[in-house]
Design a protein around this ligand. Structure first.
Ligand code: NAD
Length: 491
């Protein structure tokens, strides 16, 4: 077919074919048809990319001053701004997520690049006073080195940017392995990096079908840090591979986030927040608010409002501005969500709405689903589904609400809905999660750290400290007295 978008690997600042010339097709989950032909990289291509990143690190990129790096990041932000529509559309075609969401995400990316552009020349060491007056001691902050960024399909560029922008601000070079289902926007971004004037090899992209390229990258001895976003299962294997050679690792993994609704909450606002938390993006976000933890006295009323809104959700073409829910991104994800629904019914759940596919639409559409009366150990209450499925649990008092919210292995995010300022902050302070929204849900910003407790991952992205995660510290001791000392004691 000739009308397919043709995408290669990006190595050394150029778009190139996979070494053995293999390609695969990326399928639009709404039309079910391929729309792009993508290079199917191999372990040898990963090796080429890592070597290119090392050469840039030790060469032209390493020679730039921090303000020069900041200027390049700012230029990249400008180019992304001009390309946001195309980047958003490509993400929609790859993932089936709404164009208005993916365009919005693409439009927000420059905020991250500008924020980290501003931090590039604020990386500095300290002069450290010690009890040894004969020494001047200072620290230097140096780039950790070559970074592997391995990303998932749900928000390809946003989640990549959370790694790429601070890594570049710190002076690292990067090899990106995007999800095999959503490679296109990452290749396009790497081309903008070249266009912005970054030296060749600073940002490389190796696409590839299946786990081979990701596995080769995580295990590559030339990679100093692996920054991964994705499932817990793959995250564990990435962490093992990195540990084998003591490479640094950051993991952004899954969640089973709770929205706690107290009896005095604004129920319209809470219902809207719960809908946005679990039905936006068809629930395919790591921060999905997949558990509603609601006070027994208002449970029926709140669930009714959520069910009414869920039943009015408009399905359809994700590029149509009126569509509110598109298909799930992959056949595997579709099968997984339906399997969870079967398991919930088998566990005795009451299905308040939804509960299955939308056969009249074909494709991978799943109805927004609300499940009640689940036993505590039900999979739908404890496992990440990554689909439009809300599990409802009731509580009778504050302690029980907190206990339920903290009862999963995850700890990514939560919301507290109440008008009581004391209760709101008290509860936020007891939740073992990385982000708490009070009377809101699903908002992020470059200045604010994001990441999880427990099985939701290791490390935080965004925020002023994100650059530090891409730095090593070197301590330098300078002898000032010019005298010698006893060589057989610790000085
Ligand atoms: P995934 O774990 O299947 O894949 C993630 C990436 O790893 C992809 O690029 C994939 O090709 C690659 N990969 C696959 N096998 C590999 C291996 N053996 N070694 C190295 N890399 C390998 O995840 P997904 O299905 O793309 O994304 C969905 C998951 O991501 C969900 O579980 C979701 O919770 C999680 N997620 C978390 C966050 C967060 O910030 N915490 C954000 C988005 C998604």
């Amino acid at each position: 077919m000739t009308d397919l978008e043709s995408l290669g690997l990006v190595i050394d600042g150029r778009m190139v074919s996979a070494g053995d010339g293999r390609t695969y097709e990326s399928v639009d989950p709404f039309t079910g048809r391929p729309w792009a032909r993508v290079a199917d990289g191999t372990a040898e291509d990963v090796d080429r990319a890592v070597r290119s990143a090392r050469t840039a690190l030790e060469g032209p990129w390493g020679a730039l001053t921090p303000p020069e790096r900041g200027r390049l990041l700012a230029r990249l932000a400008d180019l992304i701004e001009l390309s946001a529509e195309r980047l958003g559309l490509w993400e929609t075609r790859d993932s089936g997520k709404l164009l208005r969401e993916m365009r919005g995400q693409a439009e927000a990316l420059p905020e991250w690049y500008r924020y980290f552009a501003g931090l590039a020349d604020k990386v500095q060491g300290d002069v450290i006073p010690t009890a040894k007056p004969q020494f001047l001691v200072y620290t230097q902050r140096v780039p950790v080195g070559v970074v592997a960024a391995i990303t998932p399909w749900n928000s390809p560029l946003l989640l990549l940017t959370w790694k790429l922008a601070p890594a570049l601000a710190a002076g690292c070079t990067v090899v990106v392995k995007p999800s095999d289902h959503t490679p296109a926007s990452t290749v396009a971004l790497a081309q903008l990096v070249t266009e912005a004037g970054f030296p060749p090899g600073v940002v490389n992209v190796v696409t590839g079908w299946g786990p081979e390229t990701g596995r080769a990258l995580a295990a590559h001895p030339g990679v100093d840090k692996v920054a991964f976003t994705g499932s817990n299962e793959v995250g564990r294997s990435v962490a093992h591979a990195a540990a084998e050679r003591f490479a640094r690792v950051a993991l952004e993994l899954g969640g089973k986030s709770a929205q706690l609704v107290f009896p005095d909450a604004d129920l319209d606002a809470a219902a809207n927040g719960v809908v946005s938390g679990i039905f936006a993006a068809a629930g395919q976000t790591c921060m999905a608010g997949s558990r509603l933890v609601v006070h027994r006295s208002i449970a029926d009323e709140l669930v009714d409002r959520i069910v009414r809104r869920a039943e009015s959700i408009v399905f359809g073409d994700p590029t149509d501005e009126c569509t509110e829910m598109g298909p799930l991104a992959t056949d595997g994800q579709y099968a997984k969500v339906l399997d969870h629904l079967d398991a919930a019914r088998a566990a005795g759940a009451t299905v308040a709405t939804g509960g299955g596919a939308v056969p009249e639409l074909g494709g991978y559409f799943v109805r927004p689903t609300v499940l009640r009366d689940l036993p505590d150990d039900a999979r739908a209450l404890n496992e990440e589904i990554f689909g439009p499925v809300l599990a409802v649990v009731t509580f009778d008092d504050e302690d029980e609400a907190v206990r339920i919210a903290n009862s999963t292995q995850y700890g990514l995010a939560a919301a507290v809905w109440t008008r009581d300022i004391h209760l709101a902050h008290r509860t936020a302070g007891r939740l073992r999660v990385g982000s708490v929204w009070i009377n809101a849900y699903r908002t992020v910003a470059p200045q604010v750290p994001f990441g999880g407790f427990g099985a939701s991952g290791i490390g935080r992205e965004s925020g002023i400290d994100a650059v530090k995660d891409y730095l090593e510290t070197r301590s330098v001791w300078v002898e000032l007295s010019g005298t010698t000392r006893d060589p057989f004691t610790l000085g």
